[in-house]
Design a binder for this molecule. Structure first.
Ligand SMILES: *Cc1c(COP(=O)(O)O)cnc(C)c1O
Length: 362
């Protein structure tokens, strides 16, 4: 840019814009393909619950009205589900917005944000946007190393972000280790447990984290979302359980109408469809194992996953080359730095198309 005109904040120089990948329709046209399968964004291949679809259609008649800024009906339903008070429920335009709100509420310049390498791309952005210092600890076997992270906590650490299961590696931290970590962190440091993929993990491998909030821990926030297992990524609804003090703070930074009217209606309806959730979870648990086996047969190294995707090392070349070659053949995956790709577990026919194309490449 030339030297004239308004100058944005210096910290924006360090932020990499999110790279969403091409929409399926663009890929279809660009490469002249009949069929394109997108396994890049960990969306639910079954789509949303039919109940959510109906609620969404009904809400179309009401979009001239502002949404309920407090999202009372959805808030109360979530409070009942999580067994916390309504003013311990956070709601955001996706849980991504809740991450940004937490940064705006808790980070001053020079504060530290602690997380891991090879984790959710939004955490560094939140830190940089607030001029905070990002501290990233290496993983062990593609899993958060909580002991090393506990040692990396300093008096300046304000926020800790833990993606559990972790995006992009799909691993979970052992419940007892997570409990020890949370116990070790000073009360003045807020631990954000990002559980966007929680539903997919086996229950025995997940700590009851909301119980810690319920029990009155002042510094634990649990974030979840309707974007993954509930199949509502396009509507943008994230939620969380948090101490009242955190809710109080976020009420002061959030946009008053941050969760839109159709989104509130659909999310509320989706919460009532346990069968759809079960089907979605069962599909992902079955297909992640199937994908792992098929990929290993083709020479990939695949990390065991507790989520609806797998993280894999390509046998030769790098992740970007593998991505490019697959995209030309109508299968969109997510390239990762170095020799890795992340692949969402789709339906069996979708996954079969991936494997068919991989066989031609490897
Ligand atoms: C997908 C995802 C989210 C949720 O994003 P939304 O903004 O709710 O769509 C949050 N954290 C992680 C680690 C994710 O992968």
């Amino acid at each position: 840019m030339n030297g004239e005109g308004p100058v944005c904040r210096e910290c924006l120089q360090g932020i990499t814009p999110y790279q969403p990948g091409k929409p399926s329709e663009h890929v279809r046209r660009e490469f002249g393909l009949k069929r394109v399968v997108k396994l890049a964004s960990n969306e639910n291949p079954l789509g949303p619950s039919p109940r959510a679809r109906r609620a969404l259609l009904r809400s179309a008649a009401e979009v001239a009205l502002y949404p309920d800024g407090s999202a009372l009906a959805l808030r109360q339903a979530l409070a009942r589900r999580l067994r916390v008070a309504p003013d311990q429920v956070l709601l955001g335009n996706g849980s991504s917005e809740l991450l940004t709100q937490l940064g705006a509420a808790y980070l001053s310049p020079g504060d530290e944000v602690l997380t891991s390498h090879l984790t959710f791309v939004s955490y560094p952005t939140v830190a940089k946007l607030m001029n905070a210092t990002l501290v990233q600890v290496p993983q062990r076997e593609f899993t958060y190393d909580l002991e090393a992270m506990a040692r990396a906590v300093s008096p300046r650490t304000r926020l800790v972000f833990i993606s559990n299961p972790n995006n992009p590696t799909g691993t979970v931290v052992p419940p007892a280790a997570l409990r020890r970590f949370v116990d070790a962190v000073p009360a003045a440091c807020l631990v954000v447990l990002d559980e966007a993929y929680r539903e997919y993990a086996l229950p025995s491998r997940q700590a009851d984290t909301v119980a810690w909030v319920r029990a009155g821990r002042p510094n634990v926030v649990v974030l979840r979302t309707f974007s993954k297992c509930y199949g509502l990524a396009g509507l943008r609804v994230g939620y969380g359980a948090a101490p009242r003090s955190v809710h109080w703070a976020l009420e002061r930074v959030r946009d008053p109408f941050n969760v839109n009217r159709p989104a509130q209606a659909a999310a509320l309806a989706a919460l009532g469809d346990a069968a759809h959730l079960r089907r979605s979870v069962a599909l992902a648990r079955r297909e992640r194992v199937w994908l792992k086996q098929r990929l290993e047969e083709r020479g990939f190294m695949v990390v065991p996953s507790e989520a609806n995707f797998v993280f894999a090392r390509v046998p030769r070349g790098d992740g970007q080359e593998c991505f490019d070659a697959l995209q030309r053949r109508g299968v969109i995956v997510r390239p990762m730095p170095g020799p890795y790709v992340r692949i969402t577990a789709g339906t069996r026919p979708q996954n079969e198309m991936l494997v068919r194309e991989l066989k031609k490449l490897f």
